[in-house]
Design a protein around this ligand. Structure first.
Ligand SMILES: Cc1cc2nc3c(=O)[nH]c(=O)nc-3n(C[C@H](O)[C@H](O)[C@H](O)COP(=O)(O)OP(=O)(O)OC[C@H]3O[C@@H](n4cnc5c(N)ncnc54)[C@H](O)[C@@H]3O)c2cc1C
Length: 419
């Protein structure tokens, strides 16, 4: 699989995968057959991560091809992403805690030779544990790992190599094209036994042997019993403060960020600008593959918006100076308001907070727009995933994601549900 940073490539991937999104997916999704034979999963995550295609679009296309029963597994997986995003929105301190612990773990690398050596071996694919080294190489060279492999990798990292989980989550975030503060941090926490208290995920040799269908030699000494990691209790969940629905007036500029590149229901604007990777995701360098892909999808969205709405466009702002560049752009165009998508917990949200202050100082407002999808789904993400899962049919109904043939137009124009 390879990922071109365009919406055209995302739509082509979706259409190509569609026939296999039903029962085939449910039966085969757990097998990792290696990068050359990965047609059993969609490979859509780098695009969904940045909303180059939206969850709603993917779900609608899948339900146009399969019944809700046949597509249930795939739909549930898309809702795992929704769940992690919503869960972290209710507990932003978990992201802050991760960042603080990561900084200490990175600092410890310069003091503790033993950890530094094990960390260097794990990230350079030189541990001597055959499948683990294959996965480490694959991650760095392709920017992707299969879900089951991510679970084995994280488990071996934490329980066999006994490395800090935050360093592993950071290694993923710096190399995954779909690297996401919520899905990544919370999945690593889940493997470590922090997310579902007391329940860890252990990579078992028989499970790897069955599901990893690439030639490899099973290593000796994988840890097969371990205690969960522990931490101080988390603060209680708080509903996120989502922006009110307001209409921008006057001279409006559109700011597209890597958090949401869909161009749904955008306001009238006179210009568009992109912002990519405005804050460092990590104290360590981000891979070139991730930087190029992220900047690429933002550039593609800016081009699409400029073409579709006949807007002036300018280059994308990237890196530490992004905020200053956007303020300059907004002032030069004499904007009254900059409109952007609501950014969930993570570096873009922090960058937007800082940008808002700087724009306000220049007399320009920053308006964030939250999608109906997030507004509708996040209230069901306060507890466990199964709370959200049982609400999936109702959520699909409220979001009007349904099979087209479920509705027929009666004579007289009224819609009626087929039984
Ligand atoms: C340790 C670990 C770290 C992870 N880090 C990330 C990450 O940074 N970003 C990320 O998008 N996913 C992450 N995942 C979840 C999952 O591995 C990927 O979303 C999935 O492998 C993407 O491949 P796909 O698009 O072919 O998935 P498919 O199987 O085709 O699934 C369709 C879509 O559903 C969503 N999805 C599927 N499984 C999950 C899941 N377990 N959690 C959340 N969403 C899911 C993705 O958006 C995916 O594109 C992580 C999982 C683990 C165990």
């Amino acid at each position: 699989m390879n990922w071109l940073p365009t919406r055209d490539a995302a739509l082509a991937r979706l259409e190509e995968f569609l026939p296999r999104a039903g029962r085939d997916y449910a039966a085969t999704r757990n097998f990792d057959r290696g990068p050359e034979r990965r047609s059993n999963v969609s490979g859509l995550s780098p695009y969904l991560r940045h909303r180059v295609v939206t969850e709603r679009e993917v779900l609608s296309r899948v339900l146009s091809r399969h019944s809700p029963v046949a597509a249930a597994k795939f739909i549930e997986e898309v809702f795992w992403r929704t769940y992690w995003k919503g869960w972290l929105e209710h507990r932003p301190s978990v992201w802050k805690r991760y960042q603080t612990e990561l900084l200490s773990a990175v600092e410890a690398l310069s003091r503790d030779d033993d950890i530094a050596l094990r960390y260097a071996a794990a990230t350079a694919a030189e541990t001597g544990l055959d499948p683990f080294d294959q996965w480490s190489r694959e991650l760095v060279s392709t920017g992707y790992l299969h879900n089951h492999t991510r679970m084995w990798f994280a488990s071996i990292w934490i329980f066999t190599l006994k490395l800090p989980w935050t360093l592993g989550a950071d290694f993923f975030l710096r190399h995954l094209l779909d690297g996401d503060p919520a899905s990544n941090t919370l999945s690593w926490r889940w493997v470590a036994g922090l997310q579902t208290r007391g329940k860890i995920y252990l990579a078992r040799p028989d499970n790897i042997a069955r599901h990893y269908q690439v030639p490899f030699a099973m290593p000796e000494g994988l840890t097969t019993a371990a205690d969960p990691l522990s931490e101080a209790p988390l603060p209680p969940a708080q509903p996120p403060t989502l922006p009110a629905r307001v209409t921008a007036v006057g001279r409006v500029g559109l700011l597209l960020t890597e958090e949401d590149l869909s161009l749904d229901s955008l306001p009238d604007a006179i210009a568009v600008k992109g912002m990519a990777l405005p804050r460092r995701l990590s104290p360590l360098p981000i891979s070139r593959t991730v930087v190029d892909f992220t900047c690429g999808v933002v550039e593609d969205a800016v081009r699409r918006a400029a073409g579709r709405f006949n807007l002036d466009r300018s280059d994308i702002a990237h890196g530490n100076d992004a905020g200053r560049e956007i303020v300059r752009w907004a002032r030069q165009l004499d904007l009254d308001a900059v409109v952007t998508a609501y950014a969930p917990v993570g570096p873009t949200a922090s960058a937007l907070d800082a940008l808002e202050g700087a724009l306000n100082d220049a007399g320009i407002s920053l308006l964030r727009r939250c999608t109906d999808y997030d507004r509708c789904c996040w209230p069901d993400t306060t507890r466990g995933y199964f709370q959200l899962r049982k609400r999936i049919p109702a959520l699909l109904e409220s979001l009007a994601v349904r099979r087209p043939e479920q509705h027929v137009v009666k004579p007289g124009g009224r819609h009626a549900r087929r039984s």
